[in-house]
Design a protein. Structure first.
Lengths: 254, 399
């Protein structure tokens, strides 16, 4: 089979473009990729309803919660989030308030209706590593990380995803995280969590366009132990604005 | 008659609140039994159903009013008695920085978990004394919510006695044989003098991982009786149950450190019978101080408390001191199981040990099993119950 001269030129040109694109993509450092990820446009405030299904050995437990968030710790703001459980009935009314500062330190308060009072939670490594209400997410996973928590290394671009290895700068309960960042929109689509060098769990994320923002629609966290937790987001209300006083004990108890 | 009155009151309240938004109905059905190994006695616990209606006016982000009504119906298989009672039933109005609530409420003050000297507003159901439950009481409550500061004020016009421990948990009164004893209750009447009131000021600081400090003042009435027996003749006596008025001043605090350590503490100073509560020589003065920690190690939350009690002696006897230690370890290995071990040691040599587990069978369906073991001499705080070791189990359905 012989290739015509014009076809060969075109192929060479295409290869050249692809090589430049690949070189350009690979030339982004891990930090630069994560800068793009953390720099993705975020709403100033969000209200979301989440349904959580925990599955193990074919049996399921479910929870529904509503979350309110504001602030962006990556802009030096205090990231505030409040979660209220809507179901099941035995934990309905329980609330969790988290105030995360730019340096990664977190102030956490928990309200359990049965106790009738707000409890201050410790934010030590062990507490943050504890399961979030029995799910495959830890309290730390739910609270999220700040960019300065890790050092990043770009391990290459494959099938449209940057593979970024994130090494914690302090004790974060994991020895390493591996982010798979979509090169088209710089959103994380998959995260692998390693403990002592071994894969502990894998998170898969899908997104949807909501009020002009790319927002998570479904998150699946699978532990190597065999259990999975699915979080489905709905009833998004972004940039709707709500009083900052919402993130206080007063509203946590209501 | 009482049940009809309660039902009528509920209907009126419900009708008045029909215009509210976001109304929810939830219910809890609890049934269980206990077993006393020492006597091989199986004891059925009352089965209860709690129906709760709650709702609010306004959006969740800007509510202007909220209400809650909880009615409990119980059936005790041992006595074949059915009862219905109004539990929490209140209306709350939020205006600016203030929340004003009126109705049957439960107040939880303080920071510590097991021994809570300043958490005294509600009387207690002590039927099972190792598992005391608060009794909702009618009160007016005004809370000021400022930035980093809150003031919680309560006023209780009606006095409610605590429910005494079931017979097997009480120490029998011993009078000489042949004495006829009659018991009289001197309950506080509904008067201004018997109004119970108090306030808790709580301040929070954004230091370390958060610091809370609270101050409490309360004027109340004892909810457990002081017994006084007077002989009216060599063969007859009258025992009167007095519920003494008291003043209490206290403080509580929590410090959350960066490494995950929480330090907690509470202390209360109490004077009975209207004595000058600032006078430390008041013979009936009492004080209790609790210092504790909370720390999680490899998924196991540990809680410890040291408790120091002091009672001012009378002219005939010296001061009395008592000390206790508490240790609790709890963990949830997965989404269904939670395990807890509780140990309380009193320095008189007695102790309470209680392993507990809870299993979630399905959404809203839980099985809880507990064992209470008592150790020590018969005259000691926990040793007096050595014959009351108890295994109990309860199934709870919430919907």
């Amino acid at each position: 089979m012989r290739m015509s001269l014009s076809s060969a030129k075109a192929a060479a040109a295409l290869l050249g473009i692809l090589s430049i694109a690949r070189l350009s993509a690979q030339s982004l450092s891990g930090q630069e990729v994560m800068d793009r990820y953390y720099g993705t446009a975020k709403p100033k405030t969000s209200i979301v309803t989440m349904s959580m299904v925990i599955s193990k050995n074919g049996r399921e437990l479910s929870r529904t919660l509503k979350t309110w968030r504001s602030g962006d710790s990556n802009k030096g703001e205090v990231e505030k989030s409040m979660m209220k459980f809507l179901s099941p009935a035995d934990i309905k009314g329980s609330g969790f308030l988290s105030l995360k500062k730019a340096d990664g330190s977190t102030e956490s308060l928990l309200y359990l209706p049965a106790l009738g009072r707000v409890r201050r939670l410790s934010s030590g490594a062990s507490d943050q590593d504890s399961s979030f209400f029995g799910s495959d997410f830890s309290n730390r996973d739910i609270g999220g990380f700040v960019e300065s928590d890790f050092d990043y290394e770009n391990k290459g671009l494959s099938e449209g995803f940057y593979r970024i290895e994130a090494t914690p700068r302090r004790d974060l309960g994991y020895s390493m995280l591996v982010y798979y960042i979509d090169s088209s929109d710089f959103l994380q689509k998959k995260v692998e969590y390693y403990r002592a060098g071994k894969l502990a769990k894998t998170e898969l994320l899908s997104y949807a366009e909501v009020q002009g923002y790319r927002q998570p629609l479904e998150i699946l966290m699978s532990s190597v132990s065999g259990s999975t937790t699915t979080l489905k987001m709905s009833e998004y209300s972004l940039d709707s604005g709500f009083p900052e006083q919402l993130f206080t004990e007063r509203y946590l108890k209501q | 008659m009482k049940i009809r009155s309660i039902a009528l009151a509920c209907l009126v309240i419900l009708a008045a609140l029909q215009t509210s938004l976001g109304q929810d109905f939830t219910g809890t059905l609890v049934s269980g039994f206990g077993f006393y190994p020492a006597s091989s006695e199986l004891s059925s616990k009352p089965s209860s159903f709690d129906g709760k209606i709650e709702g609010g006016i306004g959006s969740p982000e800007a509510e202007v009013a909220r209400y809650s009504i909880d009615i409990r119906a119980s059936f005790d298989p041992a006595t074949q008695e059915s009862t219905a009672e109004l539990r929490e039933a209140w209306v709350r109005v939020m205006a600016g920085a203030f929340d004003l609530s009126l109705g049957n409420q439960v107040v939880a003050w303080g920071a510590t978990d097991v021994f809570t000297p300043i958490d005294m507003v509600n009387s207690l159901d002590l039927s099972l004394p190792v598992d005391a439950q608060k009794i909702p009481e009618f009160m007016g409550r005004l809370v000021f919510n400022g930035p980093g500061l809150s003031v919680d004020m309560v006023a209780l016009p009606f006095w409610t006695a605590s429910t005494l421990p079931a017979g097997r948990w009480q120490t029998a009164m011993s009078l000489p044989a042949g004495i006829t004893n009659s018991v009289v209750t001197d309950s506080p009447a509904l008067t201004w003098d018997n109004l119970q009131y108090g306030a808790r000021l709580k301040a929070s600081w954004d230091a370390l991982q958060g610091i809370d400090l609270g101050f409490v003042f309360y004027r109340g009435r004892a909810t457990l009786p002081r017994l006084s027996t007077v002989f009216t003749s060599p063969s007859t006596a009258i025992t009167t149950k007095f519920y003494d008025p008291y003043y209490l001043a206290g403080l509580d605090g929590v410090i959350a450190f960066d490494g995950g350590l929480l330090l907690k503490g509470e202390a209360a100073y109490k004077v009975l019978n209207g004595a000058d509560w600032l006078d430390p020589s008041a013979e009936n003065a009492k004080a209790e101080a609790v210092g504790g920690w909370e720390y999680t190690i490899v998924g196991v939350k540990t809680t410890g408390e040291y408790v120091l009690d002091w009672t001012k002696g009378s002219s005939a006897s010296g001061d009395t001191w008592a000390q206790s230690l508490v240790f609790i370890a709890s963990t949830s290995p997965d989404s269904r199981w939670s395990l807890k071990a509780v140990g309380v040691y009193n320095f008189d040599g007695s102790a309470l040990l209680s392993p507990q587990l809870c299993y979630t069978i399905a959404d809203g369906l839980e099985l809880e099993a507990r064992y209470f073991a008592f150790l020590g001499d018969s005259g000691s705080v926990y040793g007096k119950w050595t014959g009351n070791d108890l295994a109990d189990m309860a199934l709870t359905l919430s919907f």
